[in-house]
Design a protein around this ligand. Structure first.
Ligand SMILES: Nc1ncnc2c1ncn2[C@@H]1O[C@H](COP(=O)(O)OP(=O)(O)OP(=O)(O)O)[C@@H](O)[C@H]1O
Ligand SMILES: [Mg+2]
Length: 276
């Protein structure tokens, strides 16, 4: 049976002044419709590179990505991306930022239908009260909410999230994780989310894909998270399976793929190293 999203044996090679650099090699992952996948791994291992191939922003040098039987080779609204730092247009209100995406995909619909759809998506992320505010008038968490609303407004089949909550404080992050879990439960959109946060990965995912260190990084291990939904973060904190999943990821990151790299020159005396 063909799968929903097939990331099939991809290699990505970047040209550099020192010659070709193989960032990822033979990354192979089959994803079912509605699955929530987290990609985790040390900085620079190639997570964004893989996500960008699925987004159509990077080209694979070998292998490819197939969504519902069609090869992906350019960006498209059925694969919406949300980056760590919101990419909202600063001179437009939250409403107008979402409207841009809606016009692109649903421009053929009536003005009234478009308005309802924009408001519906701002409502999903609890931003309808501030839809007339510009990005510089709202908080970082609110900007990410608008970014998510804009992505959802394209009615994507796959939502691609590159550390969407990475720049937020812990409480705002927790609120947005809960919102994302609710949206995922309601819409059943397939999600691939990059994160550095082990708890976030376990709480949100059906499977956590752990990448080995680069160059030529690949998938090291895949952990299926067999916890019932809806998941409650407070209950999970006392759940033994939750702790085991957490330990398995920590062990992968800090024992099996332990990464040692120099601190920045400012903080480091010669020969000093830090464990990432
Ligand atoms: N356009 C490019 N040209 C050359 N090398 C690149 C390019 N993009 C990424 N790389 C290299 O590919 C490797 C993987 O980068 P990538 O951004 O995918 O890592 P990452 O896992 O997303 O890291 P982080 O967690 O820090 O975001 C890195 O060594 C990076 O320097
Ligand atoms: Mg990245």
């Amino acid at each position: 049976m063909s799968c929903h999203l097939d990331i099939s044996h991809i290699d990505v090679v970047f040209p550099t002044p020192k010659g070709p650099f193989t960032a990822v090699q033979n990354v192979d992952l089959q994803i079912q419709q509605g699955e929530f996948i987290s990609l985790i791994g040390h900085s620079g291992c190639g997570k964004s590179t893989v996500l960008n191939v699925v987004a159509g922003l990077n080209q694979a040098h070998k292998g490819g990505v197939i969504l519902n039987g069609k090869e992906v080779n350019a960006p498209g609204p059925e694969r919406a991306v949300v980056f760590q730092n919101h990419s909202l247009l600063p001179w437009l209100s939250a409403y107008q930022n979402v409207e841009l995406a809606v016009k692109q995909v649903f421009g053929h619909k009536s003005k009234m239908e478009q308005k309802e759809w924009i408001e519906h998506n701002l409502n999903l992320v609890h931003m309808n009260h501030a839809m007339d505010k510009r990005p510089d008038e709202i908080s970082g968490g609110m900007k990410q909410r608008v970014g998510i609303a804009r992505a959802l407004a394209m009615k994507p089949e796959v939502l691609l999230l590159d550390e969407p909550f990475g720049a937020l404080d812990a409480l705002t992050r927790a609120h947005l994780q809960d919102s994302l879990m609710e949206i995922h439960a309601d819409l059943g959109t397939t999600v691939i989310m990059i994160t550095h946060d082990v708890d976030e990965a376990v709480l949100l995912s059906d499977r956590v894909v752990m990448m080995s260190n680069g160059p030529a990084a690949s998938i090291g291990e895949i952990l299926s998270i067999d916890l019932p939904r809806p998941r409650n973060r407070v209950e999970m904190a006392n759940d033994q399976r939750y702790s085991q999943y957490r330990s398995a990821i920590l062990s992968f990151l800090y024992e099996k793929q332990r990464k040692i790299e120099p601190l920045s020159a400012k903080q480091t005396k010669p020969n000093q190293v830090a464990v990432a």
